[in-house]
Design a protein around this ligand. Structure first.
Ligand code: KG4
Ligand code: ZN
Length: 346
């Protein structure tokens, strides 16, 4: 079964064809980074316009790369939320048009479920049940994944997402957008012991996250550091980047290990844009291995936003008999609790 996935939830126009929910026949991502870069973040209106201009060619390229025609598609899976409304509408209405004219099923997908199932794009896959940590620009959440479509939310960020903290700290340091890859690169030449930033573990046993205090702490430190260069002459920007990164990662590592051991799972997964970070992959792998837990992490191109993961999620929803009506709409907020089978554990 060939499913065309489409994702226009934020600043990437993506289309992919996936066979039987596992085989990636094509995956095209048209990045808008150069358009948003001068503004230091995503400008929603510009994102929507860019999606409108590129959706048709991105879908054509995905079909070409898969050496398929539109008539070979069995269904279309499209992200309906969460995300930027104007951006989401472009993908949804493009998908609706094809599904209506070709009389094939349309499946509305939650972007977060796409990230969760991105591990199934790799050869080696985790066995159910497993724990997944989704760390992206918009989300930081821990789920107990019991089966396809059956996710129990264990904890989530109470304020900023991990990727958002990277982007904001990069902005504070004047490093550009998106901040994650820039900070990772810089941190390699810095020392994480130079500055001690706070780690918000929250109350005992909590699997929730909070990164806004850390961001404020970095902002206050940088202000003082810039004003009194003498006092901090031995501290470089790279040291601040490394110290910040390690403060984020200490919390992420502690929580994924805590969740996995508490639930007694033998597999864990790390997904989302921040999971591209090699230092994070390494420290989570090491910490889970010490507890006898196998870690699964998709290759970087499937960690950041892509449509292949949306096609995987759509495939399993279709197998489950779910199809969307052509009247389906987008949702800027699409709480994971509202996904079929997902519920909060406490
Ligand atoms: O999953 P994604 O592409 O989009 C969302 O759904 O948000 O994630 C983008 C986020 C951005 O905040 C970006 O700074 C972060 O992932 N990111 C990274 C790295 N690569 C991307 N964060 C840390 N280290 C990286 N290497
Ligand atoms: Zn995403």
């Amino acid at each position: 079964m060939n499913i065309l996935g489409i994702d226009t939830s934020c600043d990437d126009t993506s289309a992919a064809v996936v066979g039987n929910g596992r085989q990636v026949l094509s995956s095209i991502v048209n990045s808008q980074v150069s358009i948003h870069h001068p503004y230091g973040g995503v400008v929603p209106e510009l994102a929507s316009r860019e999606h409108v201009g590129s959706i048709s060619s991105v879908v054509d390229r995905a079909l070409q790369q898969a050496t398929l025609s539109i008539d070979d598609l069995d269904a279309i899976a499209v992200t309906i939320g969460p995300g930027l409304v104007g951006a989401l509408l472009v993908g949804l209405y493009y998908a609706k048009g094809i599904c209506f004219s070709k009389r094939i099923p349309l499946i509305g997908v939650n972007h977060l479920e796409g990230h969760i199932l991105s591990v199934f794009l790799e050869k080696e896959v985790p066995t159910f049940p497993f724990v997944v940590l989704t760390v992206s620009g918009g989300h930081t959440s821990l789920f107990h994944v019991k089966d396809f479509g059956n996710y129990e939310l264990l904890g989530q960020t109470l304020d900023d997402a991990a990727g958002e903290a990277f982007d904001k700290v990069a902005k504070i340091l004047g490093l550009g957008y998106p901040g994650g890859p820039i900070i990772e690169e810089l941190a390699r030449s810095g020392s994480e012991d130079k500055v001690h930033f706070p780690r918000a573990y929250l109350e005992q046993g909590s699997l929730d996250f909070s990164f806004s205090g850390l961001k404020t702490s970095v902002a206050l430190f940088v202000k003082e550091w810039r004003q009194s260069n003498k006092q901090h002459a031995t501290i470089k920007v790279a040291d601040i980047a490394a110290s910040f990164q390690s403060a984020v990662f200490d919390v992420l590592v502690q929580k994924i290990v805590e969740a996995s051991t508490r639930l007694g799972v033998s597999c864990a997964a790390l997904v989302g844009g921040v999971a591209c970070n090699r230092a994070l992959r390494e420290c989570v792998k090491q910490a889970t291995l010490e507890k006898g837990i196998r870690l699964y992490c998709p290759r970087p191109q499937y960690c950041t936003d892509n449509a292949a993961m949306i096609a995987v999620a759509g495939f399993h929803r279709l197998l489950n008999g779910e199809k969307a009506d052509l009247s389906i709409d987008v949702r800027s907020k699409f709480p994971v609790e509202n996904m079929v089978g997902a519920k909060r554990s406490r």
